[in-house]
Structure formats: C-alpha cells, structure tokens
Write a protein of this length. Structure first.
Length: 381
C-alpha cells in the first residue's frame, strides 16, 4: 500500500540508519533553550498523520510501535491525529485488509494505553489533552473496501472508524480520484455511501478526489465534509491540490480543510514558508474558522538523510511504475519541508505563523481548534 504518507518508512526499507543519538525534544512546558512552549495550552490536531519510524525497515502493520516514535509524537505537542488504516491501493483485498487494519490499531492502543487512546467523539480529544495522551482518529484513505455493499459503512462505523476518504488517486466505484479525469462525478453508489456516512456521523473526506467528485460530494452531503490534507491549486497547479472553487464550497457548507506539508512544487524543494503560504491562501478563500493542518507525515526525524534520499527517489519511481504516484511527485522533492520536520514541526509552524503576523487566536484555530469544532459538529461530543 504505497501511500505518500509512508514513503519515509518505505525508503527506510532500503537504508536502515545506524543507531545514532537524536537531539532531545522540547518538554510539554518549555521548548528548546528554555523558551516558553507555544503549544503548552493548545489542542494540536493533525488531520492526517502517522506513527512511523523512517529509520526502520520493518513495515509490518503488526510490528511493535517503537518507544521513540511514541516519545516523539508526545513531545511534538500533538493532542490527536487522524491515522490511515486498512486498504489504500495495490493488489491486497480491500475489505479484509481494512478490517485487519482496525484490529491492529485497536491492539496498538491497548498495548500503549498509558499514552494512546481511541477517539470516537470530540470529547475524547479534549479528554486526551487533559490526560496527556494522544487521541488516535481511525481513518481510511479509500472507500474501495465498501465493495458494492453500503451496509459496510455500518460495520466500519461500529468498529470505530471516524473518517472515510471516498477515493485514493485512481478512480473507484464511488467516483474519480485526483489521477483520474477531473470531470468524473460522484457515482450513484458513491451517493449511497455518502448518505450512510452522514447517517452514522462519519466524516466524509475528499482529499484525494478529483474535482467534480469533490464538488458533487460537497453538494450532496447533508453533513459538512472534510479535505483532511491538501494544498491550494491557485499557488501550485497540480491535481492533488484543491481549486478555490472546491475550497470555498467546502467552507461554505461548514466543512474543514487541512493543509499538508507537501504542496508539490515542481521547481524546487518546499520549505516551511511554502506551507505557511498555502495556509494563508486557504484562510483567504475559506476564512480562518475552516482551515487546519494535515501534514501527511509523522513526527520522527530521519537519522541518515543522505542514504534516505537515494532510497526515497527509488520509491517515487516505484510508485510511478505502480500507477499510484500523484502528479507533482518528484524523486528529488521530499514530501515534507526539511526545515519543519521532526518533533518540533508544530512549534516551528506556530512561530512562523506568528512571525508572519497571525494573531494567537488564529494560530490556535489552525493548529487544532478548527478541526475540534468541525469534529464536534459531525461526531457530537
């Protein structure tokens, strides 16, 4: 399942870094150098992230979660994150793979119940903040596992899945993905699934959808929809980024837009300032109450960067050969901003936004407040 989010781990399969001491990260009360932590009192929510170690080659979903990965996630200031489970792309059987993914996630939460918890409502996220834990939001990045049976929505909702993305990059039985023709509509079955997701108070995610499927779904959904991780096409014209029309419609319907840390610049490597520019454009189009952050990455840094670069390039070429690579992916353009990576990424973002003139209340909304309110509107609690 070659998602961009796990490319760092896939690259690690080709180059396992030697054990090295990584720099200590900020505590919950102070940041580096004893400076006050800008995240101390905030609820920080990553609307699409992960718990991966880019320095390990073992990609088995049932492999134990390393202490370092948990330590880094906690130290990053995260309160909650939407994690990808189950089928995304490839030859695996979608339904069985997705059920196993939920079972594996439940096992992980049980084994690390002192620091992880499962989020079913917005209240669970607030409780995680109070308890010093990270709330994991179970999400899918494809709905191919629904097959032709809309009642599978009920099964996955009962298992605790709270976010369902309708398509990955290719077309599926619900609609068009970002690699398919932009004019492909939401299908009749897709409309059935959206209606059932609404009824079960599951978030409908359109991050990887094609343009027409996104617009159709925003109009058809009785509940506000989510674009958990995207960029702004007005700033960089690639299909994986959303047009102003899509962004505005989602916001006008009460939805949420998360900006990722990979806006796919074709001419150079992205930086933290590029991410800020996409956040600012989204705020201009959607308003400051609809925009947040969905990094599409983890919080653990890379130890052997030079070795990882080569392996990453190989994996991008492999994704192209598999037909799942999104336009804009380049072998020499990392899917993260190197100056805003690792456990301090949210602190760096908060400070960058402050330096660019954004007031504290707006930064609080972008870093998690907006998603929390949106989740409460859809899930309750």
């Amino acid at each position: 399942m070659l998602t961009r989010r796990n490319l760092t781990a896939l690259a690690a399969a080709a180059v396992v870094a030697p054990a090295v001491a990584h720099a200590p990260v900020a505590s919950a009360k102070t940041a580096k150098g004893g400076v006050a932590d800008p995240l101390r009192d905030l609820i920080v929510i990553n609307s699409l992230g992960g718990l991966e170690d880019p320095n390990k080659a073992n990609l088995d979903a049932d492999a134990p979660l390393s202490k370092r990965v948990i330590d880094d996630a906690v130290a990053s200031g995260l309160t909650a994150m939407n994690i990808t489970l189950g089928y995304v792309s490839g030859d695996a059987e979608p339904f069985e793979t997705s059920v196993r993914g939920v079972v594996s996630a439940d096992k992980m939460v049980r084994e690390h119940s002192d620091r992880l918890t499962k989020a079913l409502t917005a209240a669970d996220i607030r409780r995680a903040k109070a308890d010093g834990k990270i709330a994991l939001i179970y999400g899918f990045q494809n709905a191919a596992q629904m097959g032709t049976q809309v009642d599978r929505v009920d099964l996955f909702a009962d298992l605790g899945v709270r976010v369902v993305q309708l398509t990955y990059n290719p077309q599926n039985q619900l609609g068009g993905g970002s690699m398919a023709a932009a004019t492909l509509p939401l299908t009749p079955f897709g409309r059935e699934v959206v209606e059932r997701l609404n009824a079960r108070r599951v978030i409908v995610d359109l991050s990887h959808s094609g343009q027409q499927t996104c617009l159709d779904t925003a109009r058809a959904s009785k509940a506000p929809i989510c674009i958990s991780h995207t960029g702004c096409r007005a700033l960089n014209d690639v299909p994986r980024n959303k047009t102003d029309e899509e962004l505005r419609l989602v916001a006008d319907k009460g939805g949420y837009v998360g900006i990722y840390f990979m806006p796919f610049l074709a001419d150079r490597q992205i930086t933290g300032d590029d991410v800020c520019a996409h956040i600012e454009h989204a705020i201009k189009v959607c308003g400051e109450d609809a925009v947040g952050v969905g990094t599409d990455g983890g919080t653990t840094g890379i130890d052997d960067m030079e070795g990882w670069k080569k392996a990453f390039a190989d994996q991008i070429l492999h994704r192209r050969a598999m037909g799942v690579s999104a336009p804009g992916e380049q072998p020499d353009r990392f899917t993260f901003a190197p100056d805003m990576y690792g456990p301090d990424q949210f602190r760096i973002l908060a400070r960058k936004l402050a330096q660019r003139g954004h007031p504290p209340r707006r930064i609080e909304k972008v870093l998690g407040g907006n998603f929390l309110q949106y989740a409460a509107d859809v899930w309750g609690g």
